[in-house]
Write a protein that binds this ligand. Structure first.
Ligand SMILES: Nc1ncnc2c1ncn2[C@@H]1O[C@H](COP(=O)(O)OP(=O)(O)OP(=O)(O)O)[C@@H](O)[C@H]1O
Ligand SMILES: NC(=O)c1ccc[n+]([C@@H]2O[C@H](CO)[C@@H](O)[C@H]2O)c1
Length: 552
């Protein structure tokens, strides 16, 4: 196999002759090397980390020495083995003090002081070369050391992180090595794509779970050190990962904290594919503790198609189960095509969104005897004074002040992130649904995400004729009052700078307003109410997910 000109610039990284790379995910070589590497690493059959083909060269065993990382394998506080880390997988106490992001100065410093490690050596790893040997069996009390010598010599990998030397038990993590892979490069230069496939993680109930995760942790950290030369992105494939395989928060937190400053700063984007509510909620509740800069790097994609729009996928390995998961999700979306309408839509959204409360504007109509009668002889139902808006705003404020209390008093079941977690810190959503929301200033100021459903005059009239409100429409109400009021309010709304992203084209429209609150801040979405109910639902659901995730 040929060499590559690519170089790693690794601050204070020392490479010793103890690193054996056979199982290690490697950066991709230059074009001419690609095929050989792909054969081994891009397929999912058999062991993707088997030895490379091609002419023999010498194995270079290397020890990576990364700077400024304090790792300890004892069980003292803060060490990898300490119970407070490993036994509290869902600990949300994210210390993100140092989750800062790159600035120009740091990058320059880094490049200036960087030690260059040439890829060349990494590709000259061959089976006929000297075998990496652990210096000694680990003294970890785990009994996992295995014996040195023939047949077991490759089972240990030595890495030096900070001042400490660590050995990775390669045997125990061998089934999980595909957790981290190199997915090629993006943009100009050596901007690596690192793929983290959560589905390959061990199940939390498996024997030696902590021991495996501890070794996997070291493996991931050292993989990152080796794979990342310049800026990089991580694709976190969350799909097809049952909860029992999800890494504990502490493990993820530890990963983040242990990677050195250069890696942290050079991380440009963390893409979470197929995010579950769990992952999203974790980030949501961690929001107060995670730096805004770091959160800005997080992007969510709902499908592999969406991922492919952002990332060159040529060398990104997608596990079979994730591919399947992706297909099933698309199917589910396509199959569910039917339905729509703002109340209908709201009812469906409430069922799927976590901790979601609803306030219906219609519930705030004043009693019939308080509704004014206009010059046209009709009761004026479609004006803001027909509604007790003060009461409505107070209700919205009640939710804002204490969504947990609000939810409980309205019979909304709260879904805790984890047993015993604090519901106050969880994500809460409020949908405010009504026909005259954007025309009432105290409310327009609180919406974070707005939807605007429109249908043409004829369709509106037709649908209305099938409805029976608590006070049925007298003949002529629609043309004499309802529709004219709609046009008036729409004009008012449009001229009051409320952002309607897609302007209404059809003159004969009646809108339903479906603003949605908490933690969103995106412009109003125009929805075509003539679409089927399912189409509308899918559109809003996906949009809400994306908006929520990207704005958190
Ligand atoms: N996308 C749709 N396609 C066909 N019919 C629909 C669609 N959406 C709603 N409908 C029908 O239109 C009627 C009104 O729906 P819905 O109650 O959801 O609307 P709304 O905007 O809440 O009305 P309101 O003016 O009472 O607030 C219902 O009969 C519903 O079944
Ligand atoms: N919900 C009611 O009490 C009521 C009574 C009379 C008319 N309406 C109509 O509801 C629509 C908003 O959902 C408005 O167009 C009202 O005309 C509602």
């Amino acid at each position: 196999m040929g060499t590559t000109e690519a170089t790693l610039r690794m601050e204070n990284l020392e490479v010793k002759d103890e690193w054996q790379d056979e199982d290690f995910p490697r950066p991709l070589p230059e074009d001419e090397d690609l095929d050989g590497l792909t054969d081994n690493r891009m397929s999912h059959s058999g062991s993707p980390y088997g030895g490379h083909g091609g002419s023999a060269a010498q194995i270079k065993r290397r020890t990576l020495i990364a700077p400024d990382i304090n790792l300890s394998l004892d069980r003292s506080e803060g060490s990898l083995l300490s119970d407070d880390i490993l036994d509290t997988p869902d600990d949300l106490d994210l210390n993100v003090e140092d989750m800062d992001t790159p600035d120009e100065t740091d990058s320059l410093e880094f490049i200036a002081s960087g030690t260059e490690l040439e890829w060349e050596g990494l590709y000259e790893v061959r089976d006929d070369a000297p075998v990496a040997r652990a210096k000694e069996a680990p003294v970890d009390g785990s009994g996992k050391g295995g014996e040195e010598g023939e047949g077991t010599a490759r089972l240990w990998r030595t890495v030096i992180i900070g001042d400490q030397e660590h050995r990775i038990d390669m045997q125990v993590i061998r089934p999980y090595l595909r957790v981290v892979t190199h997915g090629g490069y993006y943009g100009e230069g050596l901007n690596a794509i690192i793929v983290f496939a959560a589905c390959y993680l061990p199940e939390s109930g498996c024997p030696d779970y902590h021991y495996i995760m501890e070794n996997l942790f070291l493996y991931v950290i050292s993989s990152l050190e080796l794979l990342v030369a310049e800026d990089y992105m991580i694709i976190y494939l969350n799909g097809a990962t049952p909860r029992r395989r999800m890494p504990g928060i502490s493990w993820l937190k530890r990963c983040y904290q242990m990677i050195d400053r250069r890696l942290r700063k050079n991380l440009k984007c963390l893409i979470i594919a197929h995010p579950s509510w769990f992952i999203r909620t974790v980030l949501a509740v961690s929001r107060p503790f995670i730096s805004v800069k770091f959160l800005d790097k997080v992007r969510y994609v709902q499908s592999l198609e969406e991922l492919a729009q952002i990332v060159p996928m040529e060398h990104v390995q997608i596990p079979e189960c994730v591919l399947q998961y992706d297909e099933e999700r698309i199917k589910a979306q396509t199959e569910s095509v039917t339905n729509g309408g703002k109340t209908t839509l709201t009812k469906r959204l409430v069922k799927i969104l976590p901790n979601c409360c609803v306030i219906h504007q219609d519930d705030f109509f004043k009693p019939q005897d308080q509704i004014e009668v206009g010059e046209d002889g009709f009761k004026q139902w479609d004006v803001i004074t027909a509604l007790d808006m003060e009461a409505m705003v107070n209700t919205v404020k009640g939710w804002m002040e204490n969504p947990v209390k609000f939810a409980r008093s309205h019979g909304v079941t709260l879904s805790p992130l984890t047993d015993g977690s604090d519901p106050e810190r969880e994500l809460h959503i409020l949908i405010v649904e009504g026909f005259l929301l954007y025309n009432y200033k105290p409310l327009t100021e609180i919406y974070d995400k707005c939807y605007y459903v429109s249908i043409p005059y004829e369709e509106c009239k037709r649908r209305r004729s099938t409805r029976t409100y608590t006070v049925p429409d007298p003949p002529g109400l629609f043309d004499g009052h309802v529709w004219p009021m709609y046009l008036k309010h729409r004009n008012e709304m449009e001229s009051s700078c409320i952002p309607i992203r897609k302007r209404i084209i059809n003159q004969g429209l009646r809108e339903s307003l479906l603003p949605c609150s908490k933690s969103f801040s995106s412009p109003t979405e125009y929805l075509d109410g003539t679409k089927s109910k399912d189409e509308l639902y899918n559109q809003v659901y996906v949009d809400l997910q994306n908006t929520l995730l990207n704005k958190l």
